[in-house]
Design a protein around this ligand. Structure first.
Ligand SMILES: [Zn+2]
Length: 375
């Protein structure tokens, strides 16, 4: 597989599933050491760390092996010799490397297909199972889309950049970015800066849960275009800015996330609205009236989405739609007369005049079932 991947997928990098490697750990470490949960925890903490540079990983690995007398352990030495194929420290410069560290995505697809199908299925049965599975996936996508389009912004930091993040990202990603903005405000602080002309260098410390300072991170900010990088590599690894950068942005009063740091796959408008139309859900209806109806709904949804946080724009859109509606239904513009027409229509419907004061009295002699005793 390794040979084929390097030949066919020339831009890809072949990696081994670290979950499968770590799963073997207990069976490979024998004797007393197997019972040593501290050793296993230390190895896990070391290999799963995404903040470490390769040189730091190597130093710490050697120290750990020496401490437990494992320098000559065959399996651990073998795994160490291929460390660049499975330890995240070696992938930290690959864009979006954190989205896939194990074969879990492949495994979860396998298992979800297994729920509905079996190896004894005919091809037709398999296709039906496949459709069920895909429908389920589309449903989850629609739920996520609904959450994004219907959620209302509530700030946690009173920073303008948080509102900007809400407007940019899907709801799920926004909640992650909001955490970074919040922690950048409450748990990060600048310990040192270096004066410069174009690029400013900030050294940012972060407090842990016990209010102790952790590692120092280096943030480089180009004031000219707000271009920024951080030694934690969060943006490269996962595609959104880290708390250290938000801390530096706050100090520099930068209130918007620059466009070059908005990854398209996380943005709320990445999928065309037509994908969520009724037509896409229940098959294509080719009748002209169905196509027009679907188009109208798409246009309105697009407009509402574009104006999502512009209260003035939304109110104006409502007025324009009302006007259009009145023209269509009453054949004239919206005015008081039109409203009076509605008033008359209600009177006709109810068969009473709505003029004058109306007095409402409590009904007499009403006894509700199971009303209980009053004290
Ligand atoms: Zn950072």
């Amino acid at each position: 597989m390794k040979a084929a991947i390097s030949e066919v997928f020339t831009d890809s990098r072949h990696r081994l599933c670290m979950w499968h490697i770590m799963k073997k750990l207990p069976t490979k470490i024998a004797g007393d050491l197997l019972q040593n949960s501290e050793l296993r925890a230390l190895i896990h903490r070391l290999v799963w760390s995404i903040h470490m540079k390769p040189s730091t990983f190597e130093t710490r690995w050697q120290l750990l092996m020496e401490e437990y007398g494992l320098q000559d352990h065959d399996w651990l030495n073998d795994m160490y010799s291929i460390r660049d194929q499975w330890v995240p420290a070696y992938f930290r410069d690959i864009p979006m490397c954190c989205l896939m560290k194990t074969t879990s995505r492949c495994e979860s697809s396998n298992s979800s297909f297994k729920v509905n199908s079996s190896s004894a299925n005919t091809l037709v049965q398999f296709m039906l199972c496949y459709e069920t599975r895909i429908d389920n996936q589309r449903y989850r996508q629609r739920v996520a889309e609904f959450k994004t389009s219907s959620s209302v912004f509530m700030d946690s930091t009173d920073l303008a950049i948080e509102k900007h993040a809400f407007e940019l990202y899907t709801y799920a990603i926004f909640t992650e970015v909001r955490k970074e903005i919040y922690k950048g405000k409450l748990f990060c602080y600048i310990v040192n800066t270096e004066d410069c002309d174009d690029v400013c260098v900030y050294y940012v410390n972060q407090l842990d849960k016990r209010n102790n300072a952790t590692n120092t991170f280096t943030v480089k900010l180009e004031l000219r275009n707000q271009s920024v990088s951080c030694s934690c590599n969060n943006f490269i690894r996962i595609g959104y800015l880290c708390r250290h950068i938000f801390c530096v942005y706050r100090v520099n009063k930068i209130e918007k996330i620059p466009a070059q740091f908005v990854v398209k796959r996380w943005s709320r408008d990445v999928l065309p609205k037509s994908l969520f139309s009724i037509e896409s859900r229940y098959g294509v209806d080719t009748r002209p009236q169905a196509a027009a109806r679907s188009q109208i709904l798409e246009i309105v949804t697009e407009c509402v989405d574009a104006l999502r946080s512009d209260v003035g724009g939304l109110s104006s859109f409502v007025e324009q739609i009302k006007e259009l509606k009145c023209k269509l239904l009453n054949g004239g513009p919206v005015d008081d007369e039109a409203n009076n027409d509605n008033y008359v229509a209600v009177e006709l419907l109810l068969g009473v005049s709505l003029d004058g004061d109306v007095t409402l009295n409590n009904p007499d002699g009403i006894r509700n079932k199971g009303r209980g005793k009053r004290r």
